[in-house]
Write a protein that binds this ligand. Structure first.
Ligand SMILES: Cc1cc2nc3c(=O)[nH]c(=O)nc-3n(C[C@H](O)[C@H](O)[C@H](O)COP(=O)(O)O)c2cc1C
Length: 268
């Protein structure tokens, strides 16, 4: 059994997780593969992961790990010989994999494999909307590196990364402080029609609807899913202007990101 755990705001990590699952199933028909949403799993009091292979796929946030992913990996008991970690990123992930390795090193896992998956930058609040040519190039890179990672996983390859990442740890530490208050600073335009899609796709269920308006809670991971995927572009944060183009991984649907649906996907 291969268990693939993903965390995804705008679909890049979900896309890679699903591709990895399809590649494994195509090559090894006797292996069962399941996809799990880390945002859902992380809420369990105890997490026991028994599998032949465990794959973690998540985005880099401020040179580090999303907080929900960090809590999940720390809490999890791994009964598996092989853990693969794949980080999707927009421009430079710096010490993200090193931060994860520091946690995994405390668990008894024999074989580890790490890879970076270049993807489209989704932090539109800081960098603005990505340009179409850049999106095209990054999608191609994501496809190629995901394919390579699938081969590495099937061949059960191992590698390592440096855990000495002082600058990244500092930046990521500051980001974790920011995340505690960012949820108070989302703005809503009058265009919001209360469709509730922002709440459905939120990977950590941080948005509830009150009187047909989204209310953001401190569970928010700042994944930018709601800002980018709102069909009316009515949610704003930072540089994002109401109505400016948002980003969602082509090939990923809103239903794919409605996290709770995915824990029962079983292939083979
Ligand atoms: C809050 C936040 C911080 C980010 N920080 C970084 C970063 O430090 N380096 C980087 O290369 N990409 C960064 N990104 C970009 C994402 O890692 C990248 O777009 C990722 O593929 C998004 O994955 P998803 O679509 O599965 O949510 C950041 C994105 C967000 C929302």
């Amino acid at each position: 059994m291969t268990k693939i755990y993903y965390f995804s705001g705008t679909g890049n990590s979900f896309w890679t997780a699903k591709k990895i699952m399809q590649s494994i199933c195509e090559i090894n028909h006797s292996d069962k593969c399941r996809l799990f949403n880390i945002g859902v799993e992380e809420q369990n009091e105890k997490i026991l992961i028994e599998a032949n292979t465990v794959v973690l796929v998540f985005p880099c946030y401020a040179y580090g790990m999303p907080l929900a992913v960090k809590r999940f990996v720390k809490k999890a008991v791994f009964k598996t010989p092989y853990v693969v970690s794949l980080v999707t990123f927009g421009s430079n992930p710096r010490g993200t994999l090193g931060a994860l390795k520091r946690i995994l090193d405390k668990k008894e896992i024999h074989k580890l494999f790490f890879a970076l998956i270049p993807s489209v930058e989704n932090y539109t609040a800081m960098f603005g909307s990505p340009k179409p040519e850049l999106i095209k190039r990054r999608l191609q890179l994501q496809e190629e590196t995901t394919k390579d990672a699938a081969v590495d996983i099937i061949e059960r390859n191992e590698n390592t990364v440096s855990t000495f990442t002082p600058f990244s740890s500092m930046v990521s530490g500051l980001f974790s402080l920011g995340v505690k208050i960012f949820y108070k600073h989302y703005k809503l335009s009058d265009k919001c029609d209360g469709c509730g899609i922002c709440g459905q796709i939120c990977p950590v269920s941080a948005i509830t609807m009150k009187e047909k308006r989204p209310v953001f809670s401190s569970k928010c991971e700042h994944c930018q899913g709601c800002v980018n995927i709102c069909p009316l572009r009515a949610i704003q944060f930072g540089r994002v202007k109401f109505g400016s183009p948002g980003y969602c991984r082509p090939g990923v649907q809103i239903e794919d990101l409605s996290g709770n649906l995915h824990n029962n996907q079983c292939f083979n």
